[in-house]
Design a binder for this molecule. Sequence first.
Ligand code: A2P
Length: 308
Amino acid sequence: NVPKIKLNDGKEIPAVGLGTWQSKPEEVVNAVAHAIKAGYRHLDCAWGYGNEKDVGEGIRQSGVSRSELFITSKLWGTWHSRVEECLDQTLANLGTDYLDLYLIHWPVPLNPKGNHPVFPLLPDGKRDVDHAWKLADTWKQMEDVLKKGKVRSIGVSNFSQAKLEEILTTAEITPVVNQLELHVYNPQHKLLEFMKSKNITPQAYSPLGSSNSPLLADADVVSIVEQHKLQPADVLLGYLLAKGIIVLPKSVTPARITANLAGAVRGSETLTKADIERLDGLAAAGKQKRSCLLLPVTLPIAHFCSIG
Ligand code: A2P
């Protein structure tokens, strides 16, 4: 039984969801269908992942009805001034007429008329940011699609404290979540403290440290694994879950998809206060640091990471 977390708008969200970033279209159909059959009820998607149609196919193949699922997607940077249009594409891709949760993917509006529909770049190779567009106006459009009933909750992703404050000054509705890269080597303690003060729930993407992760073999993680007879993923996911953070582990491997759901819950129930304090300290003083800036991803995502 996967626990649920109550959001600041009163809605409930399953605390474990399947991540789909970096899942290849040909792999994600089976991954999603398998996950839902294995008991997942929460799927984390994005227009920018380029695989939403395949996620939609996986949902259909699972045979589980839409009303039983919690589906999140995200507004891509080139669409900040056209929220409803991007959302409509996402809804068509996924084959649904509403989302449970819609997020601003990055707090960086990109030029909608740039040299590329997804990653527009300037001649000098820097990201082509739409400096004239105000983030607060993107949030206003997010509020509008919520009021129209096309989405049930709205939130943000990859927002620093400064970016959250930027929209909160004019927001009518507070974001329910801020989805961040969160794991033992990138715990973002200060930002989480600020979010707690605003009742904004954290969601963790790359909770295992993403592909080729060194976290699974970290000496402290392995020592806790041995102490409790858990798997490394159980410790990494359980650590976040025990702290009230929604976890979105990505996998396209059926055995891992199944294991991560039960493992996250088992980990959160097994880890002691001392284990959590030990894991909290792993990234202290820059001893261990890892973030998407350093990941060997094929997308030019590093352009978006310096969000300050
Ligand atoms: P794969 O998708 O090939 O199964 P994150 O959620 O931090 O982004 O991590 C995703 C990466 O971790 C993927 O490379 C995924 O591989 C791998 N992974 C997912 N679950 C596990 C697990 N239980 N044990 C080891 N590696 C895993």
